[in-house]
Write a new protein. Structure first.
Length: 317
């Protein structure tokens, strides 16, 4: 699906694909392609003379965030992300920007679609857009908001896991910790190259981004830098949860071993007495005593109760 939004000093006007040539008479236009067909891509490629390598990247996907300079326009790949069914889904958003037009290509990115709809309703001074490079920044900023949303979700999962580990650690939590580590790595793999390409823009090596809009890209750089720092903090928290889990398991193991040790200390002496008199040697005079049996029972009781009282006094049990 192709949607076209044209801007002048007074209003923003929406066009359909059949009115593309009319829209090009406006100072700035935004062409938004949602899951485009081959015919739509071919039309855009031919009308705007897009390089076939850039179009191939759009078709085949699997690209890392990057900026390619084709002199008359910039081709940018940026990652959008969201949680779906407890997994992070990465969507590639492709942006072509020149001094008069911006082309966005995506698979129905919610933030971009909402931005297009909102801008199509603007009138008066609010409809004045400071060129395609400002739109370029604006979409970048909306996509960066997705990173914050996903990281907030990860932080909530870490906080819940910390509480559960303290209350009742279980083996399932190890899998959850591994999942959180993978999520953080996935997020970092998208944010880090995005931060690098924003840094390239700020170095002024792309003339199509005007100096007056550089301040906005600095804001994005600061935002992404903070997110990278948060990722490192969250990595540390996940590792701390792992250490807390191991400490809890070790404490439980020690408690079990403590119980076994106490039981062994109490029952070992009577077991020793019973084993001695159970050897059945011919010359054991105690076996013929009439009071031998009750004396043995009393002796076993005493040697059991003495260590119990001692351990109780020491606070072991």
């Amino acid at each position: 699906m192709m949607r076209i939004l044209a801007f002048n000093k007074q209003s923003a006007r929406e066009f359909d694909q059949r009115s593309l040539e009319e829209a090009l008479n406006y100072p700035s236009i935004w062409i938004d392609l949602v899951s485009p067909s081959e015919l739509e891509l071919q039309l855009i490629q031919e009308r705007f003379k897009l390089h076939h390598l850039a179009v191939e990247d759009v078709v085949h996907k699997g690209q890392s965030p990057k900026v390619d300079d084709y002199t008359d326009y910039l081709f940018t790949v940026v990652h959008s992300m969201k949680f779906a069914e407890e997994k992070i889904l990465i969507e590639e958003v492709f942006l072509f920007v020149s001094d008069r037009w911006l082309i966005s290509i995506h698979s129905d990115n919610k933030r971009i679609s909402e931005t297009f709809t909102r801008m199509s309703k603007m009138t008066g001074p609010s409809a004045q857009v400071r060129g395609p490079d400002f739109l370029y920044y604006f979409l970048f900023d909306k996509i960066a908001d997705d990173y914050s949303t996903v990281l907030n979700d990860v932080e909530e999962k870490i906080a819940l896991l910390e509480e559960r580990v303290e209350e009742n650690p279980s083996k399932e939590m190890l899998h959850e910790m591994d999942g959180l580590r993978r999520d953080l790595i996935t997020i970092r793999r998208s944010i880090w190259p995005t931060l690098k390409l924003v840094g390239d823009i700020l170095r002024g090596i792309y003339p199509l981004v005007s100096d007056q809009n550089m301040v906005y890209f600095r804001d994005i750089r600061d935002h992404l830098t903070q997110l990278i720092e948060l990722i490192e903090v969250y990595h540390g928290r996940v590792n701390s949860v792992g250490q807390l889990y191991l400490a809890s398991v070790a404490a439980s193991t020690n408690q079990v071993m403590k119980i076994f040790t106490v039981l062994a200390t109490i029952f070992l002496p009577p077991t020793l007495i019973a084993s001695i008199y159970g050897m059945n040697f011919a010359h054991m005079p105690e076996l013929r005593w009439e009071v031998g049996y009750p004396i043995s029972l009393m002796l076993m009781f005493l040697v059991s109760i003495i260590p119990y009282v001692y351990l109780k006094k020491k606070g072991v049990i």
